[in-house]
Ligand binder design. Structure first.
Ligand code: M6R
Length: 608
């Protein structure tokens, strides 16, 4: 996946492009490039590595002009080098293009172009599209782009410029996001809203298959038959501040500390007195009675929130619920029926596997809901209803506030549906609602505490090669998520296991210096997990206990003790994961890792 940005207006295009790319670096940071038109042709600058490398190139060898496109890359086809970086230029030197996505049939198209005598410079799928559009160009870029789209299979957001129409950018999307920013005598395009915020908050989200012709004077939209389409302008509520670090060393740390506010936002307006209010989802008891099973679709951290979601939904609604890694679901020949309620979980709303799995269930007639953070993204636009988590932009690649707000979203959903079906009683609902109300304050208290044991652990164990995380029931997914956070940003191997599974194999790993993090807050499986810890201690393993304040047994057993506030066990995964996020963060910073942009990863995985 990649970030794309475009500008048409009176400013120096490179300045706008670099500003936009900085906000999009979370989408990819292998290499970056810009192309600028200035009436005498297109000029291109590229650099391998972070955006700062491109800035260095531009400071020594700048380009001037008011129309330009820029790209930050996460490699899919071809290694990250200068030649494979975008923008790509057509065989005649006249057309420049940037692309986010994958063209699945690029090999056959490339073969065809080579037979026609076109020479390729890069290994990318994008270069194929540059040559195809250049060949189709007969004086009208919009027509040429549209003609070529009909030949492409895969996912894309493109922005294209041509020397013979140097006043415009033509942009389009299918399966990859693209938003247009409307200015005064200037206009913008970008993969995501933060790239536009310095200049405008007036945005138009391009729909699948639409094309946009962007000039200084205005923006025209067309459907795939090139019939004009009305612009649906909205004003984004996102602010630039929300996309900045605000004094924190890393976005990840800032986002960890934003959790009290993010949780309060997720809950806001959705609890009323002692009740959960899900009216925004237009669900009614009649429809819900027809639901015979629930399937949860997600990837990565969102998948772990879905694992907690399964326990919550089954507890409060008694509807059988299954959790699927969306990338597995797509190819598992899943059984889909109209009685199925599918919930897709995604921070970005753009994860390709989740989106595709969703399309499959929609085609099968299932009812769909999303739990999502990014308003107007592809997943919410695909489903019947969305519970937005309102966590604000999450920039750090490692997901933190998106996870805890997804968990809060699942609690709301499970209790709300449970009550509508008459399977959750009023007293239980009132108890959980009160717990939700306390969550932002408890989260803040936990973060303010400056958890000493976490920092000590990070310092002591930063050089080990392996970590084990164990938990049970609601906190089994917490173990998975804690392990994912650690491996993702510190590059230390970590595994999350169900505590009861230790004796079925992993216990063999335990010896004198092997650290296990045992997540054992109050709840019905606490005692069972304590027994698993005893088994580890008996083999001289090191144990970091994560338990509820005042648990003396845990204190006695622990080599390191991390305490969280007392809460309902259904809410404990929200509090328990916070020290684990911090443990991963401090371990990674001790090791000097690039916390916000870990190697080989990108924030949104918009390719399969
Ligand atoms: O945007 P999504 O929630 O759909 O993203 C899913 C995963 O790619 C994401 O959670 C990933 O695992 C995170 N980097 C984990 O911290």
């Amino acid at each position: 996946m990649c970030g794309i940005v475009g500008y048409v207006g009176p400013r120096e295009a490179t300045e706008v492009l670099i500003e936009g790319l900085r906000r999009l670096e979370y989408r990819g940071y292998d290499s970056a490039g810009v192309a600028v038109m200035n009436g005498s042709g297109v000029q291109v600058r590229k650099a391998v590595g972070r955006l700062s490398a491109l800035e260095k190139v531009l400071s020594g060898n700048g380009i001037h002009g008011g129309v330009g496109i820029g790209h930050t890359r996460w490699a899919t086809h071809g290694v990250p080098n200068e030649v494979n970086s975008h923008p790509h230029i057509s065989f005649d030197g006249k057309l420049s293009i940037i692309h986010n996505g994958i063209i699945e049939n690029y090999r056959e198209l490339k073969r065809e172009l080579i037979e026609q005598g076109v020479t390729f410079k890069s290994d990318t799928d994008t270069e194929v599209v540059a040559h195809l559009i250049a060949k189709a160009f007969d004086g009208d870029l919009l027509h040429a782009v549209n003609a070529v789209l009909k030949r492409l299979r895969g996912a894309y957001a493109f922005a294209v410029c041509h020397n013979d129409q140097p006043d415009r950018i033509v942009a389009t999307r299918m399966g990859s996001p693209l938003v247009i920013g409307l200015g005064d005598g200037e206009n913008f395009i970008a993969s995501d809203v933060p790239a536009l915020l310095k200049y405008t908050r007036r945005v138009v989200f391009l729909e699948e298959g639409q094309l946009a012709e962007v000039t200084r004077e205005g923006v025209k939209l067309f459907d795939s038959e090139l019939k004009p389409v009305a612009l649906k302008e909205t004003t984004t509520s996102l602010t630039l501040d929300a996309a900045e670090k605000e004094g924190y060393e890393h976005f990840m740390l800032k986002e960890i500390h934003e959790q009290p506010h993010a949780l309060a936002e997720t809950i806001r307006g959705r609890i009323e007195g002692e009740r959960v209010d899900l009216s925004e989802l237009n669900l009614d008891a009649e429809t819900l009675k027809g639901v015979n099973r629930i399937a949860l679709l997600a990837c990565g951290t969102s998948l772990y929130s879905a694992m907690v979601g399964k326990y919550l939904l089954e507890r409060f609604t008694r509807i059988p619920t299954e959790t699927w890694s969306a990338s597995e679901f797509r190819y598992a020949d899943p059984v889909i029926d109209p009685g199925m309620l599918v919930i897709a979980v995604s921070q970005s709303g753009e994860t390709a596997d989740t989106l595709e799995a969703l399309r499959i269930v929609k085609a099968g007639g299932a009812r769909t809901i999303a739990i999502c953070n990014v308003m107007g993204s592809s997943i919410p636009r695909t489903v019947d209803g969305t519970l937005y988590t309102r966590a604000g932009p999450e920039i750090g690649v490692a997901s933190t506030k998106a996870y805890t707000t997804q968990l809060a979203g699942f609690v709301l959903l499970a209790v709300g549906i449970g009550r509508m079906l008459g399977r959750t009683d009023e007293a239980t609902e009132a108890k959980i609602v009160e717990g939700l109300r306390q969550l932002p304050g408890q989260t803040k208290a936990l973060l303010d505490e400056d958890i000493v044991a976490v920092k000590r652990c990070a310092k002591r164990y930063k050089d080990v090669f392996n970590f084990m995380y164990i938990g049970r029931h609601f906190n089994y997914p917490t173990a998975m998520e804690g392990a994912l956070k650690l491996k993702e940003i510190s590059y230390i191997h970590a595994e999350g296991y169900a505590g009861g599974e230790m004796k079925h194999g992993p216990l063999a790993l335990v010896e004198g210096t092997f650290p296990t993090i045992a997540i054992a807050p109050q709840g019905r499986t606490r005692e069972k997990l304590i027994s698993n810890v005893q088994e580890i201690k008996a083999r001289k393993g090191v144990v970091v206990m994560l338990s509820t304040h005042g648990d003396e047994e845990a204190r006695e057993l622990a080599d390191y003790l991390i305490e969280i506030p007392a809460c309902e066990e259904e809410l404990s995964p929200i509090l328990a994961v916070i020290p684990l996020q911090l443990l991963a963060y401090y371990t990674a910073t001790q090791l000097g890792r690039d916390v916000d942009k870990p190697r080989n990863l990108a924030k949104s995985v918009t390719v399969e």
